[in-house]
Write a protein that binds this ligand. Structure first.
Ligand code: SF4
Length: 342
C-alpha cells in the first residue's frame, strides 16, 4: 500500500524584516499506516514548522516548497476548500496547549460534534452528540454522558488533552500529527496519554507523526525517528538504529544522555531533555557554510576543514534493520562507550 505520508524535498522559508530565509531545508521522509515517526529536535530545528507545513497551517510569513502527499492528496497544491476537507478527516493535529484548540464558550460535546459534522453533513446533531459520548468513553474520560456537557475549563490538563484527542480522532484520520502532546503534563499523566495514543493508533491503524524535544518520550513511543538539527535532517532510522547505532554525533550525544532503550519500561528515569548537549542550538538562518552542528561537535577535529565548509547530506548507513541515514562527513562514529567517556 501507498504510504500515508510522503514528504519530498520539503523546504519552508520564512520572511521577516524583508529578508527571506529557509527554516527547513530538503526534508524527505515517508510514513506508513500504523507506524509512528518521531521528529525530534531542539527549538529552531524546524520540527514544528514541518508539522504545520503538512497541515498547511503555516504562519502567513512562511511558505513551503517541495511535495507533501497525505493519503493520496497533494497538500501544497490543494486550495483552501480542499484543505478544510482534508484537515480533521484525513489528517488531524493535537498540540501541546489543549486550551488553544478549544473554545471557552462551547461544551466538550459540541466541539466533538462539530468535528463530526464538518466531516459529514449528513450526520444529525443528535447522532453527532452520541458519537461524542462514545469517543469520550473511548479516550478514558469517566462518565462521558455527563462530561459532554462540561466546558474546557472544568477539565484537568490531562482530561482536556484526552478530549482534544477525542476531537482529533473522531473521524478516524489516516494521519495524526501530535506536536509535543504531553509536554505540558506531569510525568504520570504524560505516560498515560502516550499509552492512549499508541492504543488508538493500533486500533485505527493510523500513522502518527510525533513531534518532541524529549528523547525519553521518543523512546517510549516511536517506531522510526527523524532527528532534525538547524532545519535539516541529521539522522533518520528505526528507533533501534537511532538508539543502538547512532551515526550522527548529535544523535549520539542525545543517546548518551538517555540511559536505556528500555525506557518503555522505565520511562521516568529516562526522561531526558535535549539540553544535555553543551552549547546552544543553531537555526538554519544562522548556520554558516558548513555543518550547522560543527560549533558543538566534539568529533569535528577528526574530519578537519570539510566540516566548516561543506554541508553534509544524508547518506545511507550499513548494518541496520531498516533504512538508516545520517548527514555527517564521518563514516564511522566511535562506540557509544567511547563517546560517553570522552
Ligand atoms: Fe561533526 Fe563534522 Fe559530522 Fe558535522 S559533519 S556532525 S561537524 S563530524
Amino acid at each position: 500500500p501507498e504510504p500515508v505520508l510522503q514528504i519530498e524535498d520539503l523546504s519552508v522559508s520564512f520572511t521577516s524584516g524583508g529578508v527571506t530565509a529557509d527554516v527547513v531545508r530538503d526534508l524527505s521522509v515517508t510514513l506508513d499506516g500504523g507506524r509512528t515517526l518521531a521528529v525530534v529536535g531542539e527549538s529552531g530545528s524546524g520540527k514544528t514548522m514541518t508539522g504545520r507545513a503538512i497541515m498547511q497551517l503555516l504562519p502567513p510569513a512562511a511558505r513551503a516548497r517541495g511535495r507533501i502527499v497525505v493519503a493520496g492528496r497533494e497538500m501544497l497544491a490543494a486550495d483552501e476548500r480542499e484543505l478544510r476537507r482534508v484537515r480533521g478527516s484525513d489528517v488531524a493535529m493535537v498540540f501541546q496547549d489543549s486550551m488553544s484548540a478549544l473554545s471557552a464558550y462551547l461544551d466538550i460535546g459540541a466541539h466533538i460534534a462539530q468535528a463530526v459534522r464538518l466531516h459529514d453533513r449528513s450526520v444529525s446533531r443528535r447522532e453527532a452528540r452520541m458519537r461524542a459520548v462514545d469517543m469520550l468513553e473511548r479516550v478514558g474520560i469517566p462518565e462521558p454522558a455527563d462530561a459532554v456537557r462540561r466546558f474546557p475549563h472544568e477539565f484537568s490538563g490531562g482530561m482536556r488533552q484526552r478530549a482534544v484527542i477525542a476531537m482529533a480522532l473522531v473521524n478516524r484520520p489516516a494521519l495524526l500529527i501530535a506536536d509535543e502532546p504531553t509536554t505540558a503534563l506531569d510525568v504520570t499523566v504524560q505516560a498515560q496519554i502516550l499509552a492512549l495514543l499508541r492504543e488508538l493508533q493500533q486500533e485505527y491503524g493510523m500513522a502518527m507523526l510525533l513531534i518532541s524535544h524529549d528523547f525519553g518520550v521518543v523512546a517510549s513511543a516511536a517506531d522510526d525517528v527523524l532527528v532534525l538539527y538547524a532545519g535539516r535532517e541529521a539522522e533518520y532510522g528505526s528507533l533501534r538504529d537511532i538508539f543502538e547505532r547512532p551515526a550522527h554525533p548529535y544523535t549520539a550525544g542525545l543517546r548518551a544522555a538517555t540511559p536505556r532503550l528500555d525506557a518503555r519500561l522505565e520511562r521516568d528515569g529516562a526522561r531526558t531533555r535535549l539540553r544535555a548537549i553543551p552549547g546552544a542550538p543553531t537555526s538554519l538562518r544562522d548556520a554558516g557554510p558548513g555543518c550547522a552542528f560543527a560549533p558543538r561537535c566534539g568529533l569535528a577535529d577528526r574530519v578537519g576543514e570539510r566540516c566548516a565548509v561543506e554541508v553534509p547530506l544524508p547518506v545511507p548507513r550499513l548494518g541496520c534493520d531498516r533504512l538508516h541515514r545520517a548527514a555527517c562527513h564521518l563514516d564511522h562514529l566511535p562506540s557509544l562507550e567511547e563517546l560517553v567517556n570522552r
